[in-house]
Ligand binder design. Structure first.
Ligand code: SAH
Length: 348
């Protein structure tokens, strides 16, 4: 008979350590961390441990509001595939597919497009095991593959990449102008209480942007090397693989001054530090560094014919939520890219 494995108190303690305690320990050991490192750790923990979407969850996204969202993206994809000459193999990559709702609606909406489903190879880039499980149920197609990141998706064949509320989950760094010059914003520990606190640390500014010259004392600017690297990677692929990409997110055509780091839990804004790793942590996306086509979600969906679809389905209220400038239609932007010689629908 084998002896039961011995669990030392230390190991047990470590196993039971909460995410917040783990974060504090890491800062105690390594020193204050920049905002991007903090975001990356919090976001990974958050998504890997739950399904955050829907009314019961923390936040609701466009595909969860209405089937018409995924249907319109489907029209955009099928149209681009046609414009590219209807290649027999099309790798359709969705980054951060959530519950798989957008892809399910896209597939249903394009069922009657001759040859489209036969050409499709679907790739879902997803880090969350609970969400992958939901995607397995929702996305019904013969060829579905999951990936940890975009890099492992096929590098030959036609390619379309889509992502709704994916870029905002990639980390960004913050810099603040202080009386002593520009500093990098960071997360440290209060020496008295040991709680997480926001602060600044000396840094080398990565670049001098015009906006940084206009900034006053106390102003914050945000730069996201992770988003820029990801989009540059997609664009590089589109020089070798015919196709396009579409990213939808709340954001602005910057550069701009302002701290947009926010945490949302149970459909409400909450304290970024108190809820570290247990709330949806995002920031507004600055689309300016990416180039490409840019429009508002409202204008994009209207250009693709959402009004006709809404009328047929009797879903005018959903359309309002998705398209009205004072609802999602204005704050959310659609950013598109194409291989040379192609033009994407939906951008006037
Ligand atoms: N697109 C979905 C879900 C948006 S939430 C919708 O609109 O409903 C963000 C999604 O991105 C989740 O599926 C989350 O698990 C995933 N995600 C977050 N960070 C990621 C990363 N670094 N790599 C891959 N997926 C990520």
């Amino acid at each position: 008979m084998r002896a039961a494995p011995r669990v030392t108190p230390r190991r047990k303690e470590r196993r039971e350590m909460s995410f917040a305690a783990h974060l504090r320990q890491k800062i105690r050991q390594d020193g204050a961390m920049d905002i991007a490192s903090f975001m990356a750790l919090c976001i990974a923990h958050y998504y890997k441990s739950r399904d955050p979407l829907g009314r019961q969850g923390d936040f609701t996204t466009a595909p969860e509001i209405s089937q018409m969202f995924g249907e319109m993206i489907g029209i955009w994809c099928a149209d681009l595939w046609h414009r590219a000459g209807a290649p027999p193999v099309l790798h359709l990559v969705e980054c951060g597919p959530g519950r798989g709702t957008l892809m399910a609606d896209l597939l249903r909406g394009t069922k009657h497009v001759t040859g489209f489903h036969e050409a499709l190879h679907i790739h879902l880039v997803e880090i969350s095991p609970p969400l992958r499980a939901l995607q397995k149920h929702a996305v019904v197609h013969e060829r579905v593959t999951w990936h940890e990141n975009f890099e492992t998706t096929p590098e030959t064949g036609a390619l379309i990449v889509i992502g709704n509320e994916f870029l905002d989950a990639l980390p960004m760094r913050q810099y603040q102008r202080t009386a002593e010059g520009w500093m990098e914003c960071c997360i440290g520990l209060d020496p008295q209480t040991g709680a997480l606190v926001r602060g600044v640390m000396p840094c080398v500014m990565p670049c001098v942007m015009p906006v940084s010259r206009a900034a006053g004392i106390g102003d914050v600017i945000e730069i996201s090397p992770a988003r820029e690297k990801f989009v540059a990677g997609v664009r590089a692929r589109l020089t070798r693989q015919r196709g396009g990409a579409l990213f939808i997110d709340y954001g602005y055509n910057g550069p701009a001054v302002g701290d947009t780091l926010q945490a949302v839990r149970n459909h409400d804004y909450v304290c970024v530090l108190e809820t570290a790793g247990e709330a949806d942590l995002t920031s507004h996306v600055d689309f300016a560094p990416f180039g490409g086509f840019l429009t508002t979600q409202g204008a994009f969906l209207q250009a693709l014919g959402i009004a006709l679809r809404a009328e047929r389905l009797g879903l005018q209220r959903d359309m309002q939520r998705l398209c009205a400038p004072d609802q999602m239609g204005g704050l959310f932007k659609v950013c598109g890219f194409c291989s040379d010689g192609l033009r994407p629908a939906g951008f006037s």
